[in-house]
Design a protein around this ligand. Structure first.
Ligand code: G1P
Length: 290
């Protein structure tokens, strides 16, 4: 099957980060570090590794430092260079995107994830695109989540979302799919519902923040229909494409850390720190004492 390659990725980063206040009062939650790089960098790395070449950030008030983060910082760079601190200088390399590679658009009201994605419609245009929610740290550096999904997209076309099985008592926090036939990690999607009560959830397969979508979903979002929580939900818009376009869920092979909540964020720091040769022993030794 020939599919149009996915070249653009949307990063919704306008949220207030209420759960991390006061830490997020003056620092966007997407810039909170996991070990030594901000959450947003993990999502950007994942997108670039999957062949994305245009990054669209949907920001909001108080999120200007995300734009600064992806800019050059001449003073620091010149200073590091003069001092011969090349290792640190090299670590900054990944924060420098190619000229014109990043675009920023504002979501002026917190009207839901569907609304955030819709705010990027003029930049997305008429081509397939990815959406990555940076709160969800999906960790498999050898085969990142979006790369796994891209292979499924190339085979099946249409829309592909990442899912993971969650405990029944947690389904109300997520978009949940109604699964059809499965082949290995790929499951056909027959339906989808945002934040269902556990009694009516169609499965325990929750959408975990990665999407490859066709531009038609933006037309559905044009209607601005409100769903769960009075918000314009991406899940509801996607559900309207089921049956019209191919729709598959990819069970993510890797570790998922929900960095949108405190415990998940701390666990992500521990888990990733244990993969760093320079600090792993110290962290492990301390963890044994507690
Ligand atoms: C959003 C989506 C939901 C998805 C979740 C993953 O919800 O609306 O479908 O399962 O992200 O983290 P939020 O966490 O913004 O409430």
């Amino acid at each position: 099957m020939t599919t149009k390659p996915v070249r653009k990725a949307v990063f919704p980063v306008a949220g207030f980060g209420t759960r991390f206040l006061p830490a997020t009062k003056a620092v966007p939650k997407e810039l909170l570090p996991v070990v030594d790089q901000p959450l947003i960098q993990y999502a950007v790395d994942e997108a670039l590794a999957a062949g994305i070449d245009q990054l669209i950030f949907v920001t909001g008030r108080g999120k200007g430092t995300i734009e600064d983060y992806f800019d050059r910082q001449f003073e620091i760079e010149t200073d590091l260079e003069a001092k011969g601190k090349t290792e640190i200088l090299n670590a900054l390399g990944k924060t420098r995107l190619k000229p014109g590679q990043a675009a920023f658009v504002r979501q002026q009201e917190m009207a839901g994830l569907g609304h955030a994605v819709w705010c990027a419609r003029h930049l997305i245009g008429d081509e397939p695109f990815a959406v990555l929610l940076p709160d969800e740290l999906l960790w498999n550096p050898a085969d990142p989540c979006l790369a796994q999904m891209n292979r499924t997209y190339e085979a099946k076309g249409g829309n592909v979302i990442s899912v993971l099985e969650v405990p029944e008592e947690h389904v109300h926090r997520y978009g949940v799919i109604d699964p059809g036939a499965a082949e290995g990690a790929v499951t056909e999607v027959k339906g989808m519902v945002e934040k269902p009560k556990r009694e009516v959830a169609p499965s325990r397969l929750a959408v975990v923040g990665r999407y490859i979508l066709q531009p038609e979903v933006l037309k559905v979002l044009d209607a601005g229909k409100k769903g769960a929580g009075g918000e314009i939900q991406l899940t509801d818009a996607m559900a309207e494409l089921i049956g019209v376009q191919p729709f598959h869920a990819q069970t993510f092979d890797g570790a998922r850390h929900d960095c949108g909540e405190k415990a998940g964020f701390i666990i992500a720091n521990l888990a990733l720190a244990l993969e760093r040769p320079d600090i792993a022993d110290t962290i492990r030794a301390y963890a044994r004492t507690i």
